[in-house]
Design a binder for this molecule. Structure first.
Ligand code: HCA
Ligand code: CU
Length: 372
């Protein structure tokens, strides 16, 4: 596929990510994350939820005053007062969301779909009066009837919305359902379509990429995938997949590890070692077979060069280490040992590994020194 496809990344770390249990970014932390997202080439930064507090609005204003290349958006409920708060923040975009599923209409709002749409349109009109560009989002779209979605999206287009948006709020979509839904939504209006997909069943990345293939313009992400519950499509997975599998070259993916570490630190949410792209184990090799092959050609067991994501290759030694790998690693560090020492070193490494004691390349050199 060509890299010229129309595409925008809207990153939600600062809004949805902050809704993760226990997470609160200071205005300074928000600013730092926004700057790094901008340096990575993210097109839209959802900076926060203006109605939350005056501190939140101060943080958003700090970001809008930076004059970043990215457009800055804020999330609003379908309430005029939320739009008024957004107007204090100097935003480019506001996103107005309204739930369209029967279960949300009944138990959250206690109103009809027509009343919900009327609220969204009133908020949209107010936002247009302020001069905002507006994305109108159907919350829980994937559990909503097509009739309800059609009413919201068509009304939004008639009232001057700039983008319509599909939220898989509970993360229940499959890739094939994502394709079918996005194609259907695209045909309803002439507006660009955004997708905001959650990861409850581990499919947010797959669903988002399928939506892209199906014509969605704006893809929502968050760094390390943080967000409500199991979170959202991780920025790092989406950007690397776009680059590797779809030929999209315009994002500076080499920032991803740094961005991930920053968000890990500020959010207090640890990244799993086996997390795709940025997890500590993604470029760490232990098994003898893998290490030996990688030393001949890294492409044997690495899907892409680690530098592309700002990662580093690492070798560790343990239970699965083989003689051959030890020999090659030592030779690469200028150490040539005889067969007997090699055997002893390998046995020692395996023994430590079985006791769950990790052995790094430096430890390996120490072991050799002691044997000699
Ligand atoms: C929420 C709202 C939202 C909004 C999605 C969007 C969702 O439930 O907190 O901006 O399109 O997932 O529906 O995050
Ligand atoms: Cu969400």
């Amino acid at each position: 596929m060509s890299g010229k496809l129309k595409l925008q990344i809207c990153d939600n770390t600062l809004r949805e990510g902050e809704q993760s249990p226990g997470v609160a970014f200071t205005p300074e932390e928000k600013t730092r994350i926004a700057e790094m997202l901008d340096a990575t080439g993210v097109d839209v930064i959802e900076a926060g939820f203006p109605a939350t507090s005056s501190e939140e609005r101060r943080a958003i204003r700090k970001i809008t005053s930076l004059d970043l290349n990215a457009d800055i958006s804020g999330l609003c409920r379908a309430k005029d007062s939320d739009v008024d708060y957004a107007a204090e923040c100097d935003l480019d975009w506001v996103s107005i969301f309204i739930a369209t599923s029967d279960i949300h209409l009944r138990y959250k709002y206690g109103c009809s779909i027509q009343q919900a749409v009327d609220m969204a349109i009133s908020a949209l009109e107010r936002a247009k009066e302020y001069g905002f560009r507006v994305r109108v989002a159907a919350e829980d779209a994937t559990r909503s009837s097509r009739q309800n979605l059609e009413l919201l999206y068509r009304s939004a287009e008639d009232a001057g919305a700039d983008m319509i948006s599909v939220a898989d709020t509970l993360g229940i979509l499959t890739p094939s359902a994502s394709m079918e839904l996005v194609r259907w939504v695209k045909n309803l209006t002439s507006l660009p379509v955004a997708v905001h997909f959650h990861n409850d069943l581990g499919m947010a990345t797959a669903n988002t990429l399928t939506a892209f293939e199906s014509g969605a313009l704006q893809l929502h992400t968050s760094v390390n995938g943080i967000g409500e519950r199991a979170g959202n499509a991780p920025l790092e997975e989406i950007l690397i997949a776009l680059k590797l599998l779809y030929g999209v070259e315009r994002y500076r993916t080499e920032n991803l590890k740094q961005l991930s570490t920053l968000v890990e630190e500020y959010s207090g949410i640890r990244v799993a070692k086996n997390k795709p792209v940025v997890g500590e184990n993604t470029f760490t090799h232990e098994s003898g077979i893998h290490v030996s092959a990688i030393l001949e050609n890294t492409e044997t067991y690495e899907p892409f060069p680690p530098e592309i994501a700002g990662m580093k290759r690492k070798f560790v030694f343990g239970k699965h280490t083989g003689r051959n790998a030890v020999r090659k690693i030592l030779l690469a560090r200028g150490v040539d040992i005889d067969d007997l020492t090699l055997e002893k070193v390998t046995m020692k490494v395996k023994e430590l590994g079985e006791k769950k004691i990790p052995v790094s390349s430096d430890d390996l050199l120490e072991i050799v020194k002691k044997m000699e």
